[in-house]
Ligand binder design. Structure first.
Ligand code: C5P
Length: 240
């Protein structure tokens, strides 16, 4: 598959056209940003680890019948994916209170939620991805009611699958963010990535943070945390 012109560049990834109109190549960069781009750095090898972690998780989700954009991983930084039109929503799932939810409601980080909480945000950097509700999403034409229903259904399946996988490697899934896209037939697919950039992962027993909060909060050893997640997941793949 030929990598052609760059179609889009985001904070952590680039998307390239290919010679197949229904396929793109997604390139994982080392750039790290937080607080809507206010804090920036480059973390050596982060792109490689996020590519590998996303590969293991998307491959497993595909295997379990959850439709994702991922087709195959080509090398350390590139994935071949189905071309989709991204639905301009960020879907956040919370199993345990942390981050912006802890702040907004004045609740301690680490408080277990009785049931998972779903939040949707309008994906717009200039506005800082404001939280919206379903009627905003449908009323603004960001997604149809049917598409939202499908998105929530896939989101619930992804949460169950990820919690189960991560539990096996001694990791608690605190919260995470998903993005969805529609292929040329209008089918809703899970897109983007699932990595320590987009999830909160706490080590079971110690609650050590093994995710991007180490960068956001200047906790040190960011790459060590990403390596730890990849190491546990690759061992899991080899033993299952
Ligand atoms: O910041 P907040 O607590 O709302 O983040 C919730 C979850 O969503 C975290 O796992 C965070 O990494 C993820 N997230 C993300 N991209 C954003 C906002 C949040 O990956 N733009």
């Amino acid at each position: 598959m030929e990598k052609q012109e760059m179609m889009y560049e985001g904070k952590a990834k680039q998307v390239y056209a290919t010679d197949d109109p229904d396929r793109v190549i997604i390139h994982y960069k080392d750039d790290a940003t937080a607080f809507n781009g206010l804090k920036k750095d480059s973390i050596r090898n982060k792109g490689v680890l996020n590519n590998k972690i996303t590969t293991i998780l998307f491959n497993e989700l595909n295997r379990r019948g959850i439709a994702t954009h991922w087709i195959e991983t080509l090398n350390d930084r590139d994935q071949l994916c189905k071309k989709v039109r991204i639905v301009p929503l960020e879907v956040i799932v919370r199993n345990v209170v942390a981050g912006s939810m802890a702040k907004k409601f004045g609740i301690d980080e680490g408080t277990e939620l009785k049931t998972p909480v779903y939040e949707i945000c309008y994906k717009n950097d200039e506005l800082g991805d404001p939280m919206i509700n379903d009627t905003h999403a449908v009323g603004l034409g960001l997604a149809t009611r049917e598409e939202l229903d499908q998105i929530y259904e896939i989101t619930a399946q992804v949460n169950e699958a990820l919690k189960e996988i991560l539990d096996q490697i001694g990791i608690r899934l605190i919260d995470f963010k998903l993005e969805f896209g529609k292929d040329s037939t209008g089918r809703v697919l899970l897109a983007d990535e699932i990595s320590p950039d987009t999830c909160r992962f706490w080590e079971k027993g110690t609650d050590k943070k093994l995710d991007k909060d180490r960068f956001r909060r200047d906790m040190g050893d960011v790459i060590g945390a990403y390596e730890e997640i990849y190491g546990r997941l690759s061992q899991w793949v080899n033993t299952k």
